[in-house]
Each structure stands twice: as C-alpha cells, then as structure tokens.
Design a protein around this ligand. Structure first.
Ligand code: MG
Ligand code: MG
Length: 265
C-alpha cells in the first residue's frame, strides 16, 4: 500500500453505486420502521432492537455494532446530544428530540443515514431548528455536483445555519462512504466556496449537518461516545448518502419511509 493511499478518494463504478443504493435503502427503511415506534415511554434500547432485527432480515448486518467498539446498532442522541449517543433503557419523554443514526453493511458496502425525530409535542423553537437543519442537508446535497468543490457543500450548509443564528459543529464532519464507513474525503458542514477537492463523478459521500441551537462547541461525555453541546441547548442531525452521477448529486437514501410513517401517526 502506498503511503498516500489512505488520503485518496475511492470513486465508485455504476455497479458499486447500485449496491450502495440498496445499502442506503435498507437504512432508510430501518429509520422508517423506527419512525412508527418513536413516542413517549419507548426506550432507546427498544428502538435499537427493532433496528437490529430488521437489518438482519435484509441480508445485511448492522454497520455500527462493533465499529470502533460501539456497542449498539443505532446511535440515539437525545436533546443536547449531537451524535454517538448509546441507547439506554430510559424512556423517551414528551417534548424530547432524538437524533437516530443508522448504519448497515450490504454486500460489503455501507449505508449511513440519520434523522432527528420529535417525541410527542416539541416546542416551536426546536421545530424550527429541525426544519432549518433539514434545509441545510438539502442545500449541501445540491452543492455536491461536478464543477463544485467539497468546500462548496460546507459553505452552503454553514451559510444557511448561521443565517438563523445556529452553531455549526466543527469537531465532527461528513465523509466518503463505501466499503469502509469513513473514507476520504472529509465533508465538513462548514467551508469556503471553491475550496477543497474537486467533486467528480463516482464520488460517494455521506452529507450530515449537525446543527446546534446555540454554540457550535461540543464536548464528549464520560461514556467516551456521546457528544453533547457545551451550552446544553438542543442539536439536530440529518444525513443522506449521495453519489455524484452524470455531474449531479443522486441521493441514495430517502426520508420517504419516515414521512409515510409519520403521516399515519
Ligand atoms: Mg451516520
Ligand atoms: Mg456518517
């Protein structure tokens, strides 16, 4: 292995992208199933079990379980937790938000997908944080096209979040995705227009804005996993898997299943 290989972007063939689409669809359907079950009184560990069981029925394996020694299938991060929360047996409460991040490996390729759910009735200012963070994701995806550079993705996300006075997490970033969970390039949610690596066809990345209501600063809890906001204000996280095909972004994951489930509630 060349010393510089680990800094190289692994562009995917159309055949690989088709497998990655299926991996992304598996995690999308998993979060659709989770959407049906999120309500006050349910525990994160119950949601985790539902996700693990479903993924295994899809000829796939949980992507996070055991990755860097993470103990579960889902990362469930509640309220001021940004990402990497470990599911517990403490019931969810009315007014909570929970960011659920799900990984799966299908035919050796990773899917990686996240959504922030409302538990019961959530305060209007928190709903606005969720809405803006989703808009940030859409803007970031739209910037993932040939002719742009990686910095354009982060620029689009950062500009929109900061316009609303929110903090853009710096310590955690999106990433290349493929046969490993975290490949080159890093995809920060902040950046400068026209900076960074050129975006080319075959690029497969996870775009995942982590947006805080207050400060961008975060700290890690003593469990060595959970990342929380320094000021204790809430944080939102949405993530899509994106392939650049024919010059434009193709979103391999989908919130369709989540939206269908939520519409039935
Ligand atoms: Mg993720
Ligand atoms: Mg990710």
């Amino acid at each position: 292995m060349n010393l510089f290989d680990r800094y190289m972007i692994i562009y995917k063939t159309p055949e690989e992208i088709e497998i990655m689409r299926e991996a992304a669809q598996i995690v999308s359907r998993t979060l659709g199933l989770i959407a049906e079950h999120v309500k006050p009184g349910v525990t994160p560990l119950e949601l985790d079990k539902i996700a693990e069981d479903y993924i295994r029925t899809q000829n796939a394996i949980p992507g996070f379980l055991g990755l860097y020694d993470f103990p579960n299938t889902l990362c469930i991060s509640i309220n001021d937790a940004v990402v990497h929360g470990i599911p517990t047996d403490e019931p969810l409460k009315d007014g909570d938000i929970i960011s659920v991040d799900c990984g799966a490996i299908y035919k050796e390729y990773y899917g990686d997908h996240a959504y922030t759910f409302e538990v019961g009735t959530v305060a209007p200012e928190i709903k606005k944080l969720l809405k803006v963070t989703r808009e940030c994701l859409d803007l970031g995806v739209a910037a993932a096209k040939v002719g742009n550079r990686i910095g354009d993705i982060g620029f689009s996300i950062q500009q929109h979040a900061e316009k609303h006075g929110y903090g853009v997490v710096r310590d955690l970033v999106g990433h290349g995705l493929g046969k490993t969970m975290h490949e080159e390039p890093q995809v920060p949610n902040y950046g400068r227009r026209g900076k960074g690596k050129k975006i080319q066809n075959g690029l497969t990345i996870a775009i995942e804005p982590m947006i805080n209501m207050g400060t961008e600063k975060v700290v890690q809890l003593d469990d060595k996993w959970t990342i929380v906001t320094e000021d204790g204000l809430p944080s939102a996280h949405y993530e899509h898997d994106v392939a650049v095909v024919n010059g434009i972004p193709e979103v391999l994951s989908t919130f369709k299943y989540i939206e269908e489930a939520l519409a039935k509630k």
